[in-house]
Design a protein around this ligand. Structure first.
Ligand code: NAD
Ligand code: A1AUG
Length: 525
C-alpha cells in the first residue's frame, strides 16, 4: 500500500484495516460518484482511442439507476485492427532488453498503487464488491506484476549458457533462451476484472509479447482503468491494446488466426471452447485457461468448529459467492454436524447485506439479473429436495430493490442431488453429513473441478487431506477463509482437472515461463 504504514494488505489480513484506509476509500468513492460515472469510453488501439461503434451501457449491480459508463461493442473488424497493431509492435517490443520491459511494468505497478483508492472505488461500484475486497483486488494486481518482474530478474531473463559439446575437433557453444510468442490475447471474467486482466497482461508483456485484452462487458470500466495505468507508465504504442464487448468480441479475439497465445479466465464451458479452438489452426498455440470451481470444505470430528464456521462463511459468501474459489460444498462428519450448522446459521444471519461500498455492509449484490434469477431457481429447487437453514430469499427492502441483492444461504440437499455438481456462482453453500473422512474425501474429489479445497481437523488428518485431495489450492484450519483468499507470494493460485489447463498457478515460480517458448542455440567455432 502507498501509505508507508506497517499494514500489509492481503485477503487474509483485510479484516481489520487502519482507519486511514477507510477515509481514503470514502473520499475516492465520493469523487467517483460525482465525477467518474456516466461517461463514454473508448477502446484503445495503437495508442489511439477508438470511439466509433454501437454502444452498451454498464450499470451498477448495487443500483441499476447508477450508470457506470457507455462502452463500444467491439466489432470483428476492430478486434482485427487491435491484433494488427499488436503484430506491428511485436518485433520492437520483443527486441527491447528485458530489464527495460521490467522497468516499464514496475512503473505500471507503482501507478496502480498510487491510484489504488480511485480504482478500487470504481471496482466496488461496478462489480458490487465490498471496499476491502476491492482494494485487495487492485493491490493484488500490482503485487502480481511485481512478482513476475522479480521472476524475470531472478532468472536473468531466462537466457542460460549450457556446456559445450564434448567434440574432439570443434568447439560447439550451447545456450538456451526463452523467447516471446507474438500477440497474446487475454479475456477476463466479471468478478476480478482488474486483477485477472492485469495479472496475466503483466507476464505476457514482461516476456516480450504484445497484448490485446478484453474484460467482461459488465465490468468494462475496470478494464479501462488498467489500460490507463499501462498507458501512463509509458508502454509503447501498439504493445497493449484494449477492446470492449461481449462474447462475440471475445470469440473474435481468441480465435483470431494471428493471435499466438491466449489466456482465458472464466467459466468451464467457455474455457473448454477456447481451449479446443487453440488447436484448430494450422498449428497448436499456447492456451492458458483458468476456469470454475465447485470447491469443498471438509470438517472432521476433530475440527475447531468456530474456526471452521468462520472460514466457511467467509469463503461461501465473500463477493456474494462469486469467486471461482468460493466454498459451495461442505462435508461434515455426523458427530459435529449439528454444532457446525448452528454456528454457520448464526454467522450467516448476522451478515450485513447491502450497498457494499458502505463500510458496515459486508456482502453486496450478485452481478446481474440473470444471476439473481438463477438464485431464485436454485433456492426453489433446494426447498423442493432439501432444507434451507438460513437465507433463501431475494432482498428488496428500500434501496435494495434497485439492485440484485439476495440473502446468503445455508442449505441441505441429498448428497446425490444435482445441486452438488454444477458451479452456481451464488452465495449458497450446501452442508452434507458424512460418516467418515474417507467418505468426505471421496465426495470432495467426485467432481470435474479441482480448484480450491478447505479442511478442518487434526494434524494427522491434514496430512491425509494433502495426500488425497484433488485441488490446486488447499487450506487447512484457516479461519480467514476455508477456500478463498490466495495472495501473490503467499499462495500460488491455479486449478486442477476442469478448473485449469496448465497445472501451473498464478503468482507461482512456474507461471511466467508459459508466456515464452524455448530456443536452443548451438554455434560451432
Ligand atoms: N480459475 C480462475 O482463476 C477463475 C477466476 C475468476 C473467475 N473464474 C470463473 O469465471 C466464471 C465467472 O466469470 P464470467 O461469468 O465472466 O465467465 P464467462 O465464461 O461467462 O466469461 C468470461 C469472459 O469470456 C468472454 N467470453 C464469453 N464467451 C466467449 C467465447 N466464446 N470466446 C471468448 N470469450 C468469451 C466474456 O465476455 C468474458 O469476458 C466462473 O466460472 C468462475 O469460476 C475462474
Ligand atoms: N484469487 C481469488 C479468487 C479469484 C477467482 O475468482 C482467491 O484466492 O480467492
Amino acid at each position: 500500500m502507498p501509505d508507508g504504514n506497517a499494514f500489509k494488505l492481503t485477503y487474509s489480513t483485510m479484516f481489520n484495516p487502519p482507519a486511514e484506509l477507510h477515509a481514503r476509500f470514502d473520499a475516492a468513492l465520493q469523487h467517483f460518484k460525482q465525477h467518474g460515472m456516466g461517461k463514454d469510453h473508448a477502446q484503445w488501439v495503437n495508442d489511439q482511442a477508438l470511439m466509433e461503434g454501437e454502444r452498451f451501457e454498464v450499470r451498477s449491480p448495487i443500483n441499476q439507476d447508477w450508470l457506470i459508463g457507455r462502452f463500444v461493442q467491439g466489432s470483428t473488424a476492430q478486434v482485427d485492427q487491435a491484433v494488427q497493431a499488436a503484430r506491428a509492435a511485436f518485433p520492437a517490443w520483443a527486441a527491447t532488453p528485458w530489464p527495460d520491459r521490467v522497468a516499464l511494468l514496475r512503473r505500471a505497478a507503482r501507478l496502480i498503487e498510487e491510484r489504488v483508492y480511485t480504482i478500487s472505488a470504481a471496482v466496488a461500484v461496478e462489480v458490487g464488491k465490498n471496499r476491502m475486497e476491492s482494494i485487495g483486488e487492485v493491490q493484488e494486481t500490482a503485487d502480481l506484476i511485481d512478482w513476475y518482474c522479480d521472476q524475470m530478474e531472478q532468472h536473468d531473463g531466462f537466457d542460460r549458457l549450457l556446456a559445450d559439446d564434448p567434440l574432439p575437433n570443434f568447439r560447439s557453444h550451447n545456450r538456451t533462451v526463452l523467447k516471446p510468442y507474438g500477440v497474446w490475447a487475454l479475456v477476463a471474467p466479471f468478478n476480478f476484472p482488474f486483477a485477472l486482466s492485469g495479472g496475466p497482461v503483466g507476464p505476457a508483456l514482461i516476456a516480450g509479447n504484445t497484448v490485446v485484452y478484453k474484460v467482461s462487458p459488465e465490468t468494462s470500466l475496470s478494464g479501462w482503468l488498467l489500460l490507463e495505468c499501462l498507458r501512463d507508465a509509458g508502454i509503447p504504442p501498439g504493445v497493449v491494446n484494449f477492446v470492449t464487448g461481449g462474447d462475440a468480441t471475445g470469440r473474435a479475439l481468441v480465435q483470431h488466426p494471428q493471435v499466438a497465445g491466449v489466456t482465458f479466465t472464466g467459466s468451464h464451458a467457455v474455457g473448454m471452447e477456447v481451449l479446443r479452438a487453440s488447436v484448430m489452426g494450422r498449428y497448436p498455440r499456447p492456451c492458458i485457461t483458468e476456469m470454475g470451481g465447485k470447491n469443498a470444505t471438509i470438517v472432521t470430528r476433530h475440527a475447531d468448529i468456530e474456526r471452521a464456521a468462520l472460514g466457511i462463511v467467509r469463503s461461501s459468501f465473500g463477493l456474494s459467492g462469486q469467486k471461482c474459489s468460493a466454498c459451495s460444498r461442505v462435508y461434515v462428519e455426523q458427530e459435529v454436524a449439528t454444532p457446525l450448522r448452528e454456528r454457520l446459521v448464526a454467522l450467516t444471519t448476522a451478515l450485513a447485506v447491502g450497498d457494499p461500498t458502505v463500510a458496515e455492509n459486508w456482502m453486496g449484490p450478485v452481478i446481474s439479473r440473470s444471476a439473481y434469477e438463477r438464485y431464485d431457481r436454485l433456492v426453489e429447487h433446494l426447498k423442493a429436495v432439501g432444507t434451507i437453514d438460513a437465507g433463501g430469499a431475494t432482498l428488496t427492502a428500500g434501496a435494495l430493490a434497485r439492485g440484485f441483492f439476495v440473502a446468503p444461504t445455508v442449505a441441505r440437499a441429498p448428497l446425490d442431488d444435482v445441486a452438488w455438481v454444477d458451479e452456481h456462482f451464488l452465495p449458497i453453500v450446501l452442508v452434507g453429513e458424512v460418516a467418515s473422512l474417507d467418505e468426505a474425501l471421496r465426495r470432495a474429489n467426485a467432481t470435474d473441478y479441482g480448484l480450491t479445497a478447505g479442511f478442518y481437523g487434526s494434524t494427522e488428518e491434514t496430512a491425509r487431506f494433502h495426500r488425497e485431495i484433488e485441488a490446486g489450492v488447499t487450506y487447512a484450519n484457516r479461519p480467514q477463509g476455508a477456500t478463498t483468499g490466495a495472495w501473490p507470494g503467499y499462495q500460488p493460485f491455479g486449478g486442477w482437472k476442469g478448473s485449469g489447463s496448465t497445472g501451473k498457478a498464478i503468482g507461482s515460480f512456474y507461471y511466467l515461463q508459459q508466456y515464452m517458448r524455448e530456443q536452443s542455440q548451438t554455434v560451432v567455432e
